[in-house]
Design a protein around this ligand. Structure first.
Ligand SMILES: Cc1cc2nc3c(=O)[nH]c(=O)nc-3n(C[C@H](O)[C@H](O)[C@H](O)COP(=O)(O)O)c2cc1C
Length: 171
């Protein structure tokens, strides 16, 4: 058996990659690519998202406790790499990645046009998880583009999955 040491987490990949949108207390908005998320409870609906403490996104989420998960479609892969390699502290990633936003139903963090699945979330607690905060959050609203999600299943080849490193495949 090979010892994986620092790459242990790759055993839990591939993971769906999504745009994590956030808002700060004075209305500053941001988007980052993210893959470390999991359902945490069905009833009540809760998820956990893990965000590095150094990311601008973590700073904004700590300020307002709000974020949204936006699941992209295949054509958005370039935007995934842009939003996953620059910080919103220095760049307007919506503009650089060509992403347009629209208003969410329950939170003030924005949603991204063209995405095919959305979760609007409110943080219950920010857990110190080492280099990351694990944000345990209530899912206030969830919606999906029906064309891509039939009988509660993703249609194959629609959802980007992060294998790790610079590799994305479509499940
Ligand atoms: C495919 C992909 C998945 C990523 N997943 C995560 C993740 O789960 N958690 C995290 O903290 N950073 C993740 N990142 C890195 C952040 O997206 C990246 O560091 C980003 O520049 C942070 O932006 P911000 O400073 O504007 O918040 C991922 C990057 C890519 C390309």
């Amino acid at each position: 058996m090979k010892n994986l040491s620092e790459n242990f987490y790759r055993l839990l990949h591939p993971k769906i990659v999504f745009f994590l949108t956030s808002v700060g207390k004075n209305g500053r908005i941001n988007v980052m690519s993210c893959a470390w998320a999991t359902p945490a409870s069905e009833e009540p609906p809760k998820i956990i998202v893990c965000v590095s403490k150094e990311h601008y996104t973590a700073e904004l989420i700590l300020e307002t406790g709000e974020f949204a998960i936006n699941i992209p479609q295949k054509s958005m892969e370039k935007a995934i790499w842009i939003c996953g390699s620059k910080s919103g502290r220095k760049a307007d990633k919506f503009k650089e990645a060509g992403l347009k936003i629209f208003k969410a139903h329950t939170i003030s963090a924005p949603l991204i046009e063209g995405c095919i699945g959305f979760l609007e979330c409110k943080v219950q607690s920010a857990i110190d998880a080492g280099e990351c905060y694990a944000f345990l959050a209530d899912v206030l609203k969830s919606s999906v583009e029906e064309k891509y999600f039939v009988k509660n299943l993703w249609i194959s080849e629609s959802v980007p999955m992060h294998l790790g490193g610079r590799k994305i495949v479509y499940f």
